[in-house]
Structure formats: structure tokens, C-alpha cells
Design a protein around this ligand. Structure first.
Ligand code: BGC
Length: 801
């Protein structure tokens, strides 16, 4: 195992779908799973190609109702390449003797390599080495190369290169009762002896995708002059090339494809663009070189070194890699958000949730340009959010829990429990806290980037619209003499209603109320930061008057927070009255109770009846804010808050959490880092392997968990390095866990590149380059002015004494 690669050295068909997800190559515009070129969708293989923002809606009758889902479309498979000897059977890894197999994800280069030797029934041994890329530099270009060596035979071989538009959405078994045909075949065409075209269109959203592919054969560096046979079927085109190969000779097959869609910018029409690129394309090696240079640039910005040469380093890099496959410079301006499961599979249908809150901190300090673009995805959907708020009788803007193409609510109305086979009403859309996350993200992007133009124009409009929504959602309770927020769901999705109640929603989710208090105040602060003229403009445009601003202040100071015994923040009003959950009994009864909701529903019960959580809820507060910030927020609301409460709350909720979401491990690792280093490290380790080992038993093959992946990076970046932005300075206060001896990374803080190196109780900070000559950096508790080009070393030993 090397730090920059992931290697699988055995052919294990049962693991293939997991490997496919983990070996997905993408460039922030398009991604292709790490499926074998010769495979089709079957028990062990699931080739999938996805387009950022590539959604399609379809209706299905489920449990006697017509439901509509917006799916993340599996677009045509461009990978298809196969061979057969003497008109025999097409090669299939499951039907031959596999002599050696090695599949390597080369993360540095962004290349997937498969190297294997196989022996067929007649004892013919063939060696195939395949390399593949999805170009980071030329976002429409993808390519693969086979090095084909007949080791002990000579004879006639036919190679088939195809574009397969007959694919359906079939990655998630739970969705198999739902409509899965999203593509309408439009066109197939032989372009030339070695190139072909396929065009499809999504049935409802009418996204046209054109793929043009060119397949060429080389021997001893020379292009082979071969005649092909083209076969066209509906949604499928292939070209077959037959020639004789010689024992021990090497043949190179290069398949290069260009992919365009009708949504692309600077195009006339997608087929013409794809054909043009294929005509202009050089050889695979050149494509590879350009791609590798772009990868190098990305790594230069994003690598986090921890120097322990272990699996930890390798997995951190895997996480960085997949963040970059999902969103990259190619994402900028695409009008797409960041899907919680990457563009690696079909789970959660490519939807965008609050997971941005876990992903943006990594991007903010390396690729602020990307965060800006992802925030613009929300901005462009502001009118839809306004409409949603209005429909429910509120002011301002109410963004959806799950967002897709146009920003309407995409959460399912019913979902399938695979354990029981029942379709269950889904009320998770009531997670209005996603609006707090968007506001928090806007503010934190601004803090990290100093992008005043964004804040004053787009950011403020979104922020204030969200504040307006919350101000109209909060109600005054005479009984409590405080403002309350009722009928919502908090981050812990296991609780969506009170026991035996037909009414969905809960009252006073503390996490949400605290964030609303914070954001209403921050909204007022933002109005003071932006230009006066812009403030006037916005208030008038958004119809926010002085009276409303006064109300924001009042609500923010008087929101109700339920408590249990003065020091435990109650998750929501009434949580404490729920029954305790018999954890031990269930741990004995079931092998895995991470998804307790499914287990209980199968028994005719519900987590709504218990103090049993899927994930961190109240505890999220300790991740988002530091002690001092929380003290200010709570005291501002007239509540007591002290440091001791943090550990008490952690203890209380830790015993009541099943970690049914990978996000939970991250939050626990973070909040425990100060109080229980061993437990924190255990959670960090679980987080690191959560996708690599598919700890949820089957979810990773349906897409990686990007929030958890980026969360692990954030832990190293913010938690262990103690990085924070406050009082107009970047603060660094390292607190490394036992198992991490050193950290080195570069961050982009307000247009300045800062190098940070922590090793042997020493901290080296270098102000590498930037727009201004000075930058304020605080170390532990002392503030310094750094000059451009300046490097300084600090002893952490002295500081910690
Ligand atoms: C979690 C949510 C998360 C979603 C998408 C769910 O399982 O409970 O908090 O946003 O997955 O990652």
C-alpha cells in the first residue's frame, strides 16, 4: 500500500461494486465508475457514468400512489472494450482462469490501472494492462488504453469497442421498483472507420448527451491500418476490428472519447462538438500528460501530509482525491451543487443536502472559487425557495432539504425499508435546518475568502432571505414567554414526530433554535458590513423594514431552548420523556443496528418512541462553534452555558447514538478530541475507513459519502491544527493526537497562500504569496504580522507549558 495509491491485488467479484465506487474517476463535470471495460451491468459489475447536475424526473406508482422522483441519471457507458478469439465467446473475467489480477487507483496521476493475466479453456494466456483517465485538463475528454499481449498463442482476434446508451439506473436495489429508464436513444452514427457517435436524451429533462469515440490500434509504435465493422442498434453502437496477433508481441489499443451535453457552454450543438474534439484528439499519451499536469496542480493546492507513511495518510489522500473528482475547477460555473454521495453512484439520487457544511471548510481554504460556484447553485434557486416559503405561509426563502435540478423539494414522500419491504412515509423533508447550514456556509466562505463582492451581492440576499423565513417561522409562546419553532425535524432523522402522533414534526429542536438565534444576529451584522446603498437596496427589494429587523433581534434573544436538568440541552422538547432504548438487547439480537430505524420498523416499532439517535444533533453545535462562541450565543439568549456542559452533553448523547449516518463519526471524533482523545481517535479511524471498508455494509457501492470524507480532512485541518478565523486573523493552535506526529499543508486564506508545518513540537508558518504585503496570523494566543515571503518557527512546547 503506497501513500498515493490504492491497490487491490486479487480478483474478488463480490467486492467489485465497492471497488468501482472507490475507483471512480471524475473531473467535477463528469465521472465514470471504476468498472471493467469489458463488463456490463450484472451481479458483480455496475458501469456508471454521471454528469454533474444530470437529473431526470420520472413517475412510478408505489403503494397505490403516483410518486415522482428526480434521479441522478446513469449516462451511456463509454468504457466498453472487449475481445474474442476466432469468433469465440467475448472475454469475461468470471469465465476464465485469472492468473494474476491487480487493480490500482493511482491517485497522484488520477489514473486507474488494471493489470491481469488470464487463461482460457484452451490454455491460451493473455496479459492485459489497462489505463484509464477522465481528463482534469480537458473536461470533455476521457480515454483508455489497453496493452494486449498474447503470451503463448498467436491467432485471429476481434476487438469490440462500443458506446452503450441502453443503460438504465440500477445501482441501488431499494429503488428497483421505481422507474429506471431515463434515456431516450436519439442517434448512432459511424463517423469513420475508427470512430463512432452516440447521442441520447434524458426523457423528461431533455439533456442531450453526445459521445464520440475513436479506437485505434498500434504495434511497435505504428498505427495499424484496420478495417472495422460497425453495428448499430437502438441506443448502441460498436465497431469491431479483426486482425492476427503474434505470440509475445504487444499491441496498444487506444479508445478516446469526447463527451458533450446540450447544457454545456460555448458550444453550438453537442454532437458537433464531440466530433470536433475527436478529430482533433491526439494520442492517449498526450491526453494523459495534460491530465497529469492538471492533477499535479490540484494536489499542490490540496495535499495534506501527515508523514506517518501509514494507511491514515493513504486514506486521507483517498478522501482528498474523491472531493476533487466530484468538484474541481471544471465545476466552476456549471450551475451544480455538491451531491452528498459524490458523482460516484445513484444513492440519494445525486441530491444536495446540508452536507455542504462538512465539505466547504476544506474547499474554502484551498479552492474558494469552487465554493463560490457551489453557493451560486443555491443563489440561482432562491426564487424557488421563496415560492416554497410562501406556499407554507412564511416570508423569505425556505430552501429544500434535498435539492436537485431546479431547487424544488426532492425528498421522497415514501421510502422503502429493505428489511421489511414496506414503503414508509418520509417526513425528513422537514429538516429546515438546511437553511441554517446555507447561511452558515455563506458566512464561513466570506470569512475564509474575504470575498466582499459575493457577500454584499449574492450572499447577503440569500442570508437575509433565510433570516426572514426563520423570523416568520418562529412564533411567540405566551406560556413560555419565549419564541418557539415548531413542526420541524432536526439533524437526527430518527425523530420525525412525537409517539403516536399523526402530525409530523417536532418542537424546538435545540440545534436549529441555536443556529437561528446565531443567524438572525449575523443577518443584522451583515447589514452593517455591506455598503449602505446595497443595504437600502436589499431591504427595499426583500421588503424587510425596521420593525422586522427589530423582530430578528428580539427572536434571536428570546428563542426557547429546552433543557434537561439545567445542563443537558434537550434535543427537542419532549425528547427526555421518550423511553430509554435497550441498546444491549438489540446489539445482541442484531448483528448491525446502525440503521435502527429499519430494524425497529420491521418490528412494527419506531425510533420516534425512544431516546435513540441516528447521528449527532445537539452535539453538532460543538462542532460548528467553539466554547466562546457558544457562550456568547447562549448568553445572548439568556441561557447559561459553560465548558462543563460540553462534556456532559457529549456523554449523554454518546450513549444514545447508533451512528446510522457516516457524518456522525466525524462529529464525534471532533467533539471528543478535547475530552477523550482515545475515543476521538477511534471515531476518526472509523471515519477514515467508513467508505474504504464500506462499514455500513453495502452503501458505498451506491456512492461515496462525501461529507464524511471531507469531514476527515477538516478534522486534520481545523481540529488537529487548531485552525480558526476570528477577529480578522488566521489562528493556529495545534493539538495533535498521539498517532499523528506531523502535519504539512498549504492553505489559501483571504488570497494569501500560507504554508503550515507542525512537527516535533514545532510550528513553521510561511507566508508564501498573496495580494497584500502583510497578513495577521495568531499562534496559540499571540498575534503576529507576517510579511510576504516571511517564515517563522514557533516552539509549541514552550507555548503549551
Ligand atoms: C443523513 C443526513 C445526510 C444525508 C446525505 C443521511 O443519512 O442522516 O444528515 O444529509 O444522509 O448524506
Amino acid at each position: 500500500m503506497k501513500d498515493f495509491s490504492i491497490q487491490y491485488d486479487q480478483w474478488k467479484p463480490e467486492e467489485q461494486k465497492l471497488r468501482e465506487a472507490l475507483c471512480t474517476l471524475g473531473n467535477g463535470y463528469i465521472a465514470t465508475r471504476g468498472a471493467a471495460e469489458e463488463s456490463r451491468n450484472n451481479e458483480f459489475n455496475y458501469p456508471g457514468t454521471y454528469l454533474a447536475g444530470g437529473f431526470n424526473r420520472a413517475k412510478t406508482k408505489v403503494a397505490d400512489r403516483d410518486i415522482e422522483n428526480e434521479d441522478f441519471v446513469n449516462f451511456p457507458n463509454w468504457l466498453c472494450l472487449n475481445f474474442r478469439q476466432d469468433n469465440g465467446k467475448w472475454f469475461n473475467l468470471e469465465e476464465v482462469k485469472v492468473l494474476n489480477y491487480c487493480q490500482t487507483l493511482e491517485m497522484k496521476e488520477g489514473v486507474l490501472v488494471r493489470d491481469f493475466r488470464l487463461e482460457d479453456e484452451e490454455g491460451r494466456i493473455t496479459h492485459i494492462r489497462s489505463r484509464r483517465l477522465v481528463s482534469m485538463r480537458d473536461k470533455h475528454m476521457v480515454g483508455l488504453e489497453w496493452t494486449f499481449t498474447p503470451e503463448n498463442w498467436s491467432g485471429k482476434v476481434t476487438f469490440q469497442s462500443a458506446l452503450d446508451g441502453t443503460v438504465i439506473n440500477d445501482n441501488v436495489e431499494r429503488y428497483s421498483d421505481l422507474e429506471s429508464q431515463h434515456l431516450h436513444p436519439l442517434q448512432t452514427e459511424k463517423l469513420d472507420n475508427d470512430s463512432m457517435l452516440l447521442q441520447v436524451e434524458t426523457k423528461q429533462s431533455k439533456i442531450r448527451m453526445s459521445q464520440a469515440a475513436r479506437t485505434r490500434f498500434y504495434h511497435s509504435g505504428n498505427l495499424l491500418d484496420l478495417t472495422s465493422e460497425t453495428t448499430e442498434k437502438e441506443g448502441w453502437i460498436d465497431q469491431q476490428f479483426t486482425f492476427s496477433v503474434e505470440e509475445k508481441e504487444q499491441y496498444h489499443i487506444e479508445k478516446i472519447a469526447a463527451i458533450y451535453t446540450s447544457r454545456d457552454r460555448a458550444i453550438t450543438e453537442s454532437t458537433l462538438e464531440a466530433i470536433k474534439d475527436i478529430e482533433r484528439a491526439n494520442r492517449f499519451a498526450e491526453l494523459l500528460q495534460r491530465h497529469e499536469q492538471a492533477m499535479e496542480r490540484l494536489w499542490h493546492r490540496s495535499d495534506i501530509k501527515i508523514f506517518n507513511g501509514s494507511k491514515t495518510q493513504q486514506l486521507l489522500r483517498l478522501h482528498i482525491f474523491h472531493v476533487m473528482q466530484t468538484v474541481s475547477f471544471n465545476t466552476i460555473g456549471l450551475d451544480v451543487g455538491v451531491p452528498s454521495r459524490g458523482i460516484h453512484g445513484e444513492a440519494y439520487r445525486g441530491h444536495i443536502f446540508w452536507d455542504e457544511m462538512y465539505i466547504f471548510p476544506f474547499l474554502n481554504l484551498r479552492f474558494p472559487e469552487i465554493t463560490r460556484s457551489l453557493l451560486m447553485y443555491r443563489y440561482h434557486r432562491l426564487d424557488e425557495a421563496r415560492y416554497a416559503a410562501k406556499q407554507e405561509g412564511y416570508r423569505g426563502a425556505m430552501f429544500p432539504w434535498q435539492s436537485g435540478s431546479n431547487g424544488r423539494e426532492e425528498s421522497q414522500v415514501v421510502h422503502l425499508n429493505p428489511d421489511s419491504g414496506n414503503w414508509i412515509p418520509d417526513e425528513t423533508h422537514l429538516q429546515r435546518h438546511v437553511n441554517c447550514a446555507i447561511a452558515y456556509n455563506i458566512w464561513n466562505y466570506y470569512l475564509a475568502s474575504d470575498d466582499r463582492q459575493f457577500l454584499s451581492f449574492f450572499g447577503a440576499e440569500m442570508f437575509l432571505s433565510i433570516a426572514s423565513f426563520w423570523a416568520s417561522k418562529a412564533e411567540f409562546s405566551k406560556e413560555k414567554n419565549r419564541y418557539v419553532i415548531n413542526g420541524i425535524v432536526g439533524p437526527d432523522e430518527y425523530h420525525t414526530s412525537y409517539p403516536n402522533s399523526d402530525e409530523p414534526g417536532l418542537n424546538n429542536n435545540s440545534y436549529t433554535n441555536v443556529l437561528v438565534s446565531w443567524l438572525l444576529k449575523k443577518g443584522l451584522e451583515i447589514l452593517e458590513i455591506i455598503e449602505k446603498s446595497r443595504k437600502r437596496e436589499l431591504l427595499q427589494y426583500l421588503k424587510i423594514d425596521e420593525e422586522e429587523l427589530q423582530l430578528w433581534k428580539e427572536i434571536s434573544e428570546k428563542l426557547y431552548i429546552p433543557y434537561i436538568n439545567d445542563d443537558i440541552i434537550e434535543q427537542f422538547e419532549g425528547y427526555h420523556q421518550l423511553k430509554e432504548f435497550p441498546w444491549e438487547e438489540y446489539k445482541e439480537k442484531y448483528e448491525d443496528i446502525q440503521r435502527l430505524d429499519r430494524v425497529l420498523e420491521s418490528e412494527g416499532d419506531s425510533p420516534n418512541n425512544y431516546q435513540a439517535n441516528k447521528q449527532a444533533d445537539v452535539l453538532m453545535l460543538f462542532y460548528l462553534f467553539n466554547e466562546e462562541e457558544l457562550q456568547n450565543i447562549f448568553e445572548g439568549m439568556g441561557y447559561q452555558f459553560n465548558a462543563e456542559m460540553i462534556s456532559k452533553n457529549i456523554e449523554y448523547y454518546q450513549q444514545r447514538t447508533s451512528h446510522g449516518s457516516t457524518l456522525s463519526r466525524f462529529v464525534f471524533s471532533w467533539i471528543l478530541s478535547k475530552y477523550n482523545k482515545t475515543a476521538s481517535w477511534e471515531n476518526f479511524e472509523a471515519l477514515l475507513v467508513s467508505d474504504f471498508e464500506d462499514i455500513q455494509g453495502g452503501t458505498t457501492p451506491e456512492g461515496i459519502h462525501l461529507g464524511a470524507m471531507a469531514g476527515s480532512l477538516n478534522l486534520v485541518q481545523r481540529c488537529y491544527s487548531g485552525l480558526a478565523i476570528c477577529d480578522d486573523a488566521l489562528w493556529i493552535k495545534p493539538d495533535l493526537p498521539e498517532d499523528i506526529k506531523a502535519i504539512a499543508m498549504r492553505i489559501k486564506y483571504r488570497n494569501h497562500w500560507i504554508g503550515i508545518r507542525i512537527k516535533d513540537e514545532k510550528l513553521l508558518i510561511s507566508f508564501e504569496e498573496g495580494w497584500s504585503d502583510k497578513v495577521k496570523i495568531g499562534v496559540i494566543d499571540q498575534l503576529f504580522d507576517f510579511e510576504k515571503g516571511e517564515k517563522r518557527k514557533f516552539s509549541l512546547k514552550a507555548a503549551s507549558q
